[in-house]
Design a protein around this ligand. Structure first.
Ligand SMILES: *[C@@H]1O[C@H](CO)[C@@H](O)[C@H](O)[C@H]1NC(C)=O
Ligand SMILES: *[C@@H]1O[C@H](CO)[C@@H](O)[C@H](O)[C@H]1NC(C)=O
Ligand SMILES: *[C@@H]1O[C@H](CO)[C@@H](O)[C@H](O)[C@H]1NC(C)=O
Ligand SMILES: *[C@@H]1O[C@H](CO)[C@@H](O)[C@H](O)[C@H]1NC(C)=O
Length: 553
């Protein structure tokens, strides 16, 4: 029993050690306990609000003292560190978690340091005590060195190292077997997925198979979408599974997808709804990757890209901000004008050069078009300082932009290498009368999907843009573009928006704001886990069932 417990502990510690190693590779020196404290103080000045949330962690120095190595403590520290990361990640800063083993005591501290890199990075140090026993002392002596699984196991006693190695091998074999199984299962579904309309079907309440991941298990989720953590009470929105009428969606298998993505890049290009979907995809794949073998980098200086990297697969899942696809005055994700949006409808090259050579491209553009009935189209070029514009009817401008985009795709994409998707429109739920809830306030308090779609359901989707997208997509000759037809099935999900359980201007809504959904409810974006996971299951079905994108090259 004692032996077993040690091994579990060692494996845990090794996972944390991998984080240490990752941090070290990034060039940051490991800090000693004292430095951690100093950083904490420093951070208090730099990031007051974050410290507040860190101070809310359910422990303080001294609050946790244990006599023996305690898995629970490590988990707590880990959870705390991840919470800190998600708190910071929404600032667009890279966050690195380092968990350091500390001498003797089982106290835990968290510090934050800002590196001097041109791309600001947050480094979070979580110091984990290993208890007062002899093993703790041994570990303490090692604190400035990388902690690897076999070494920790060896420190903890004799056979541990071999046992750990054997387990690693076993796990690897099991992984392989499960990947093979999933591959076979996916092959079985190919035929049905190819011939069946995946978008015709119904939402089925299925607590067994949904959600695919848990909110608390995906440290990469930003606070914008973690509805339960932000105070939502009912979690039923996570438990609806899309059931196509004519076939089954293949079960999402992260390893299989990662195999497909080996040495490849998957990139979402578009607006915040596509970022919502990108976050979902990161969470869907990250569960299959061990700690320290995955990195999320947010480039804030050049404004526009978030890159999740799966080290062992040399695969990326990326997001590129371009809310209109073409150039616009909204191309900085942080600094842009909401009421006064201007596009340069024939200019796409500046963005598109970043899409070249990507293996899977997922485009969207919709929500930014809805603010005004007419779209402002620049006369001339932003680069030349033009400010004059003409106003063009929304669907006309939308079609023109999609034509610009389509032309680029047709000229620049090698269909033998790259698969292109275009996401249908993600609907809003702002008018409860539309689904017969006359006393409702936007999507607030909605806890059930619309069960029963009637022909007259009108939640305000601009179907003219949907039709425009379909028209343009039909003009493709050389490059097939998959239209992911999520609009109608998403219209049913009035229950799935972030509503008041989200951020506004980077800050969690206050209780007063939460009590005022009329002003503050966000009925545009979606909670995660949630609806965008289903959108990604459509991508998954296409990607794993497509014979043209084998990994052998
Ligand atoms: C890693 O992936 C990139 C593309 O995503 C590719 O260009 C590169 O060759 C890959 N590296 C290796 C070692 O295969
Ligand atoms: C942003 O900058 C980083 C580092 O300089 C670079 O690797 C990356 O490709 C850039 N991304 C874009 C979208 O320009
Ligand atoms: C794709 O590959 C096929 C077969 O190798 C080739 O005939 C075709 O010309 C290629 N298409 C393009 C656009 O390169
Ligand atoms: C759909 O709603 C209508 C009217 O509310 C009802 O009569 C009908 O039985 C419902 N159909 C299903 C399948 O629930």
């Amino acid at each position: 029993m004692q032996q077993r417990r040690k091994t579990v502990y060692a494996m845990k510690q090794a996972a944390l050690g991998a984080g240490v190693a990752a941090a070290r590779r990034s060039g940051a020196p490991l800090s000693m306990a004292a430095t951690v404290f100093a950083l904490f103080v420093l951070a208090t000045f730099l990031y007051n609000e974050d410290i507040k949330s860190i101070a809310d962690f359910p422990f303080g120095a001294g609050a946790l003292r244990a006599k023996s190595p305690d898995l629970h403590l490590l988990q707590e520290a880990e959870a705390a560190a991840h919470h800190a990361v998600t708190t910071l990640a929404m600032r667009g800063e890279e966050a690195i978690v380092r968990v350091l083993d500390a001498p003797r005591h089982a106290d835990i501290g968290i510090g934050i340091n800002r590196t001097g890199d041109p791309v600001p990075k947050m480094v979070i140090n979580a110091k984990v005590g290993t208890g007062g026993g002899g093993n703790g002392e041994e570990l303490a002596e090692e604190k400035d060195r990388d902690v690897t699984l076999p070494r920790v196991a060896a420190m903890l006693g004799g056979g541990g190292a071999e046992e750990a190695r054997r387990r690693e091998d076993e796990e690897e074999a099991a992984e392989k077997a499960s990947t093979e199984k999933a591959k076979a299962a996916a092959l079985v579904t190919i035929r049905s997925v190819e011939t069946c309309d995946l978008y015709q079907g119904e939402w089925v309440y299925d607590e067994v198979n949904a959600p695919v991941y848990k909110e608390a298990q995906c440290e990469f989720l930003t606070e914008q979408v973690t509805c339960m953590r932000n105070g939502r009470r009912d979690d039923s929105y996570q438990k609806w599974r899309w059931q196509p009428t004519g076939c089954d969606l293949p079960r999402f298998d992260a390893r299989l997808l990662l195999e497909r993505l080996r040495n490849k890049r998957l990139m979402f290009v578009g607006d915040s709804l596509n970022r919502n979907q990108w976050e979902s995809m990161v969470c869907l794949v990250q569960s299959a990757i061990a700690k320290g073998h995955k990195t999320l980098t947010k480039f804030v200086n050049n404004g526009s890209s978030n890159v999740f990297y799966a080290h062992d697969y040399n695969a990326t899942v990326e997001f590129y901000w371009a809310p209109f696809l073409v150039e616009s005055n909204s191309d900085n994700p942080k600094v842009h004008s909401v009421p006064d949006r201007i596009i340069q409808w024939h200019s796409i090259a500046k963005h598109a050069k970043n899409w070249l050579g990507v293996d899977y491209l997922v485009f969207n553009t919709y929500i930014w078009w809805l603010n005004t009935l007419d779209m402002k189209v620049l006369k001339g070029s932003f680069d030349e300082g033009a400010t004059e514009y003409v106003e063009v009817d929304r669907p006309v401008a939308y079609n023109e932009v999609l034509k610009t985009w389509a032309k680029w795709v047709d000229r620049n994409i090698d269909p033998n290498r790259t698969t292109v998707f275009f996401m249908g429109m993600s609907p809003n739920h702002i008018t409860p009368e539309a689904w017969g809830n006359d006393g409702g306030i936007k999507c607030a308090m909605e806890t059930m999907p619309i069960k029963n779609r009637t022909a007259s359901l009108d939640v305000g989707t601009d179907w003219r843009l949907y039709a425009g997208a379909q028209d343009v997509l039909q003009t493709f000759r050389r490059v097939p573009v998959h239209f992911v037809d999520i609009t109608a099935l998403s219209e049913l999900r009035k229950d799935a928006h972030t509503s008041v359980h989200t951020l506004r201007q980077g800050k969690l809504l206050t209780p007063e704001q939460q009590a005022d959904p009329k002003t503050y409810a966000d009925c545009i974006h979606w909670c995660l886990p949630g609806l965008p996971d289903t959108w990604n299951e459509f991508l998954y079905a296409r990607i794993v069932s497509s014979p043209s994108t084998t990994t052998e090259q």
